[in-house]
Design a protein around this ligand. Structure first.
Ligand code: HEM
Length: 510
């Protein structure tokens, strides 16, 4: 019986005005209930950014920094909206609330990824802790990376490499001042090469000055290894293949992209093979080292050769990029802001006195911690989470998100969410100095993600970045080279500065 029949039956029986009124009221209530139920069962869709037929919003995303375009859209369409990229539907999340809801509460519905063609090739179809789906492979290899490289105990074992890295950087800065006192120093050149050395030591237990790679018929230097294993791959990861947006046109060849990616993968593969083979010979001669490769070879014999290469490469590339991005931006901001530079120096002086800063001091240095977190907030080294695939219908921010669509979490947008951050475009570490905040809390901003897939390398990044910044400020005064202030453009998958930072450094009298 529907509502009309119900009311008709009531009308056909003898009644008074009061019973009619009661019946009408019950009917109306019934209607509202039904409407609410229907409404609850299917919440509305988020606003859609208008686009073109067939291509959707593709033309609006020509710039290779989609997070910036997404943040601009958010000003008009709100924290969650829908865009169409050819045949795929993408929901973009731009505020802390909706991003956390997706990454924590709704994680089970979005725990897989649909990768671009470039990422599929470069990650050997998700053979990495960071890019794999939330499955048994992920859980097993995450245990290995934590127990051997990134967990607290593993980081204690690798401490010696971090200490050497910092000593080397400070020595090289002093050498530069001695040989070219009036010339600006290329900060990145020093930081990048020492960070790459550290990442190789964690992976292989030793420095690799050079290695002969048979398939390339060449001996590669440490710098060339960094180019092949880190820089080229980061560039390749943003390669756009238009067929990603029109899967039904995948049969049309796209030779230039295809060949570029295959070349990158080939070079990485043969270099990793050479590194692993050399290590196997060393192990066979009875020499054991405290490193990830030796651990994987003895504890994870179930891995295929390709998996072994990829997992080892993962710690090299992840250690080498975002920590550099963070430290370079932090030194840019401090070199620009002499007051805050002075304040940080005073804090360090108060805690360390005449001694060199060490990792043990970090928990007593809230301003240094604030400098680090404010830098990863404003410059969000990983500005977007690799796209998540929605494998079952779900709801985010009160909106319906259908299975088969994709989700982009715009970390850059979340870290500039005006609801959480006053004047978010300004770099202001003072906002993060609060007695209630623990200096060691790594998740004060959205920079490291949230929930089950939050960054497991945050601790390492914090240890390296904070101790280096502290030591740089203890030993030198920092000034931007003329014209450097405007060099704020970024390039790549992370917020890598387009131009390496050039600074004038002057030793501070002890
Ligand atoms: C400032 C530096 C860093 C930033 C801003 C950063 C950012 C992030 C973000 C946003 C995620 C979450 C991705 C997602 O939800 O899908 C993530 C995951 C991850 N990061 Fe980092 N990261 C940094 C440093 C590192 C370092 C140094 C390493 C390793 C050497 C590392 C290894 C990983 C891994 C393995 C995951 C995947 C965790 C999982 O899926 O369970 N990260 N990172």
């Amino acid at each position: 019986m529907d509502v009309t029949q119900f009311l008709q039956r009531l009308h056909s029986t003898p009644h008074t005005a009061v019973t009619t009124a009661v019946a009408v009221a019950i009917g109306a209530l019934f209607l509202i209930l039904v409407k609410n139920l229907v409404h609850k069962r299917k919440p509305k869709s988020p606003p859609a950014v208008p686009g073109w037929p067939l291509i959707g919003n593709l033309l609006q995303l020509k710039e290779k920094k989609p997070y910036k375009t997404f943040s601009r859209f958010a000003e008009r369409y709100g924290p969650i909206y829908l865009i169409r990229l050819g045949a795929s539907t993408l929901f973009v999340l731009n505020s802390v609330d909706v991003a956390k809801e997706a990454m924590v509460t709704r994680f089970d519905s979005i725990s897989t990824r649909k990768l671009s063609h470039a990422l599929k090739l470069l990650t050997c179809n998700k053979t990495m802790v960071a890019i794999s789906d939330y499955d048994d492979f992920h859980k097993t290899v995450k245990r290995h990376i934590l127990s051997n490289v990134l967990g607290t105990n593993a980081q204690k074992r690798h401490r010696v490499h971090r200490d050497i890295m910092i000593e080397n950087m400070v020595r090289r800065l002093h050498e530069h001042v001695k040989s070219h006192p009036l010339e600006a120093v290329d900060f990145r050149k020093i930081f990048q090469s020492e960070l790459f050395r550290l990442s190789m030591k964690q992976a292989l237990g030793r420095e690799v000055e050079s290695i002969y790679v048979e398939e390339l018929g060449a001996t590669l230097s440490s710098e060339e290894l960094c180019q092949v294993l880190v820089l080229d791959m980061m560039e390749g990861a943003i390669e756009v293949d238009w067929r990603d947006f029109f899967p039904y046109l995948r049969w049309i060849p796209n030779r230039s992209v295809e060949m570029k990616l295959q070349r990158l993968c080939f070079r990485r593969e043969v270099v990793m093979k050479a590194l692993i083979n050399e290590q196997k010979k060393r192990i066979a001669s009875g020499e054991e080292l405290n490193c990830y490769l030796d651990h994987l070879l003895s504890e994870a014999s179930f891995l295929t050769d390709e998996q072994l290469r990829m997992l080892l490469w993962e710690v090299i590339i992840e250690s080498s990029d975002t920590t550099l991005v963070t430290s370079e931006w932090a030194m840019y901001e401090l070199s620009k802001d002499l007051n805050r530079q002075g304040y940080l120096r005073e804090e360090i002086q108060g805690v360390c006195g005449p001694n060199k800063i060490t990792e043990e001091n970090l928990s007593q240095l809230p301003y240094l911690s604030a400098v680090f977190h404010e830098t990863v907030r404003k410059h969000s080294p990983a500005p977007m989470v690799p796209l998540r695939y929605v494998h079952e219908d779900t709801e985010i921010g009160g909106y319906h998100i259908p299975a088969g669509s994709e989700i982009a979490v715009n970390i850059y947008g979340c870290n500039r969410d005006k609801k959480y951050w006053e004047k978010p475009e300004q770099w202001n570490p003072d906002r993060l100095v609060d007695d209630k905040l623990e200096p060691v809390d790594l998740y004060r901003t959205m920079a490291f993600g949230a929930g089950k897939r939050a960054c497991v390398g945050a601790y390492q990044a914090m240890l390296i970045s904070c101790t280096s910044i502290g030591r740089f400020i203890q030993e030198f005064s920092w000034n931007l080279r003329g014209g450097e202030e405007e060099n704020v453009d970024t390039v790549g998958l992370t917020t890598h500065r387009l131009h390496p930072l050039h600074v004038l450094v002057k030793p501070i009298d002890p």
